[in-house]
Design a protein around this ligand. Structure first.
Ligand code: GDP
Ligand code: IMO
Ligand code: MG
Length: 419
């Protein structure tokens, strides 16, 4: 009996979806991207090799898996071809046997990139032309792959064999009871309808986006796995209630600067900037797509619960727990203070969210590195109580725990929620 599972980001993107998709693809016959474009950046680490994907689904490293870019995706032909060539030069051959593109996907053009570069600064967009391309799609003036590949450019000729009626391919696989992964890019809080508008991306990363972005029916979906970091990050502008320290443009430290003992001391003494910097450094929180330092903060139960509801999550995946090691105290936001009142539901009015101050519950940290942990029982007791609290608050069973970037640094805890 096959299953169709959605992998969705529960925060502001970069939750580690790529690693999880790669891992789960071992048991999947098909992986489909349903939204976004090359604003996404997914890093997959296997042994000493590191792969970075922007458009091609993170399942491509597994032989025999079909990868699909659905109609909901926007495609920059040059970027896609570069990615195909790079994979080929790494010995992973790409053809229409393992990659198909929906003809209804819209094409990013140079004019979109130019417009995004000019206008996207206030939002802090990735500058890849994503917003302007979706604008043309919605105003019915865009160019779809169907038409693009009728042209005579080299890109058009090279991409033509990949263009198919992907809705047939996806629904056939479902009828044949194959295991299918539907891979969302970005995260719930960046959703154009349900995120922190206007500081959002221009597509629907939420689980519902899988239906519109691929042409698959809601009842064909068997489960939704929500991926969360053990803390929070955000790239670009917009409200971030649990943010520690400052926004990206005023961050002082460089990527190369190493953490000092004094940083841990000032974090213990209560410096939020140092706490945020430790998360950024230990988590290597610099964007895959733009190299920008990611803003960092504590785990936020209020927004996570919202993400759970909006997506109908059936299983919880927590990544990067290892990054919290060595911190003496760890905090989780359990509510917001808004003008003296406590609120526990996520406000969608940006003016309200901006003024929300986090109410924290504090946890004891742990010293040991978690990178070699092989079973849940081996986790420090402090880490277990931290996880248990999140799991209980969100009321979703923890299906996977990730304790390092490598495929092997993963604990599968609830196999029945997976394939
Ligand atoms: P995505 O956009 O959701 O696919 O996430 P990204 O790949 O942009 O960012 C996640 C980063 O964290 C990548 O560099 C991963 O290699 C890395 N990563 C994933 N899981 C873990 C983990 O459990 N621990 C650590 N330390 N790094 C992780
Ligand atoms: P993955 O798939 C994190 C953010 C940008 C900006 C906003 C709008 O790797 O999780 P856009 O270029 O989409 O118009 O920018 O959305 N953003 C992401 N942040 N991870 C991503 O993707 C993102 N894709 C877009 O930083 O704030
Ligand atoms: Mg990313």
């Amino acid at each position: 009996m096959g299953k169709t599972l959605v992998i969705v980001g529960g925060q502001w993107g970069d939750e580690g979806k790529g690693k999880i998709v790669d891992l789960l693809t071992e048991n999947a016959q098909m992986v489909c991207r349903y939204n976004g474009g090359n604003n996404a950046g997914h890093t997959v680490v296997i042994g000493s090799s590191m792969f970075k994907f922007h458009l091609i689904p993170s399942g491509i490293l597994h032989k025999g898996t079909m990868n699909v870019l659905g109609n909901g995706v926007v495609i920059d032909p040059q970027v896609l071809l570069q990615e195909i060539d790079q994979l080929s030069s790494n010995g992973i051959s790409i053809s229409e046997k393992n990659l198909v593109l929906s003809g209804s996907a819209h094409v990013i053009q140079q004019s979109h990139i130019d417009e995004d570069t000019k206008k996207g600064k206030a939002i802090g967009t990735t500058g890849r032309g994503i917003g302007p391309c979706y604008e043309d799609k919605i105003s019915r003036s865009g160019i779809r792959l169907h038409d693009f590949v009728k042209g005579s450019s080299l890109e058009a000729k090279r991409l033509k064999p990949f263009v198919k009626e992907t809705y047939i391919i996806v629904n056939d696989a479902h009828s044949k009871k194959q295991n299918i992964l539907l891979e969302g890019a970005q995260g719930t809080l960046l959703d154009i309808d349900h995120g922190t508008y206007p500081y959002v991306t221009s597509s629907n990363p939420i689980a519902g986006g899988a239906c519109t972005g691929l042409g698959i029916a809601p009842q064909s979906i068997d489960g939704v796995l929500g991926v969360f970091k053990a803390y929070c990050t955000r790239v670009g502008s917009g409200p971030f209630p649990t943010e520690l320290g400052t926004e990206a443009d005023t961050m002082k430290e460089k990527k190369e600067t190493l953490l000092q003992k004094t940083d841990f001391k000032s974090a213990e003494d209560g410096s939020e900037y140092s706490q945020g910097m430790i998360l950024r450094k230990q988590g290597a929180e610099y964007g895959t797509t733009t190299g920008r330092p990611r803003r960092t903060g504590w785990f936020d139960i209020v927004s996570a619960r919202y993400a759970f509801v909006i997506n109908g999550m059936t299983g919880l995946i927590i990544t990067k727990l290892d990054v919290l090691s060595k911190l003496k105290k760890i905090k989780v936001c359990i509510g917001y203070d808004y003008e003296g009142k406590t609120i526990s539901t996520f406000p969608l009015d940006g003016e309200v969210l901006k003024k929300c101050r986090p109410i924290y519950k504090e946890f004891a940290g742990w010293k040991d590195s978690l990178e070699t942990i092989k079973s849940y029982d081996d986790l420090p007791k402090e880490a277990k109580s931290y996880l248990l609290f999140i799991e209980k608050e969100l009321k979703i069973p923890l299906a996977i725990l990730s304790v390092g970037p490598e495929r092997t640094q993963t604990l599968i805890l609830k196999k029945n929620l997976l394939f």
